[in-house]
Design a protein around this ligand. Structure first.
Ligand code: CU
Length: 283
């Protein structure tokens, strides 16, 4: 009751609508099962102590405050940070927790991740998206690449040589084709004229290039190149830890593919087309 009153007071006194969003996420360890049944060591930020290889999608409005509690449910020390912010860097021992407050005055796709032992902990799963400025037609693509044999190596506490990284599994929101089309937070379904927002981040360790068939999108936020905002294109190169917010206003009906133009990333375990491949359905 007191908190509600406080929020109303803030709204009135500031003259803008802003809210505090409370969330708790858990750092879990587990196994990711690939489309072909292969398994690899994995970590993720989940909404409960039950492991799931899809990181929690966090979403707020411009000006909102995200009050985030991070609980380390893993057996080793972890960290927490948000890319392109200063001073948040947290260290969280096993069984311990930390709280942070995050807000942004601009639309954006912010990457939250574990900065410890970088990039190993972020690579084995601990990297997700905070979407700022969502609308009712918002979708989220957390893009990751994996080298199956390396995840267990890292999970066992050993080092890998990133100069020889050659990934063999590729996921969006922890899923690959065809399962990614079943993820309603990822697969765009809409109508002509809708204003659709796509919050996209590359939290893997390889570069990608996302190609839309049938439609162009306008960049409304770019983490690496602010001067690219306003560009309308159908292909979006996305570097490691880069993010975009894209606006899509469909002009035609149909079902069109979206995929990585690096065709390696449309494979899984060497098999095509079990990687970064989904479709957009406009009715
Ligand atoms: Cu293409």
């Amino acid at each position: 009751m007191r908190r509600l009153f406080l929020i109303h007071f803030l709204i009135i006194s500031c003259g803008v609508y802003s809210a505090t969003v409370n969330k708790t996420i858990y750092i879990n360890a587990g196994q990711m099962t690939c489309f072909d049944g292969n398994q690899m060591f994995y970590n993720a930020f989940n909404e409960s102590t039950v492991f799931n290889n899809q990181n929690t999608q966090l979403s707020i409005q411009v000006g909102d405050s995200l009050l985030l509690k991070i609980i380390n449910n893993d057996s080793i020390i972890h960290g927490f940070d948000i890319k392109w912010t200063n001073g948040l860097n947290q260290i969280i021992p096993s069984g311990d927790s930390s709280e942070i407050i995050f807000s942004s005055q601009e639309v954006g796709a912010f990457i939250y991740f574990d900065p410890l032992n970088y990039p190993n902990n972020a690579y084995v799963g601990l990297s997700g998206i905070i979407a700022v400025g969502i609308n009712t037609n918002s979708y989220f693509w957390n893009i990751k690449d994996h080298k199956l044999s390396w995840n267990d190596t890292i999970g066992n506490g050993n080092q890998v040589n990133w100069l020889s990284y050659y990934p063999d599994y590729f996921t969006i929101n922890g899923k690959s084709n065809p399962n990614i089309n079943l993820d309603t937070s990822a697969r765009v379904v809409g109508n002509i004229g809708d204003t659709i927002l796509i919050f996209m981040a590359n939290t893997g360790q390889a570069e990608h290039s996302i190609h839309f068939h049938g439609y162009h999108c306008e960049i409304i936020s770019s983490s690496f190149n602010a001067n690219h905002v306003g560009r309308s294109k159908d292909t979006f190169p996305i570097k490691v830890m880069e993010s975009y917010v894209l606006k899509l206003i469909p002009h035609q009906t149909g079902e069109y593919p979206v995929h990585d133009h690096n065709l390696l990333a449309i494979t899984g375990g060497g098999l095509y087309p079990f990687g970064m491949f989904l479709t957009i359905l406009i009715q």
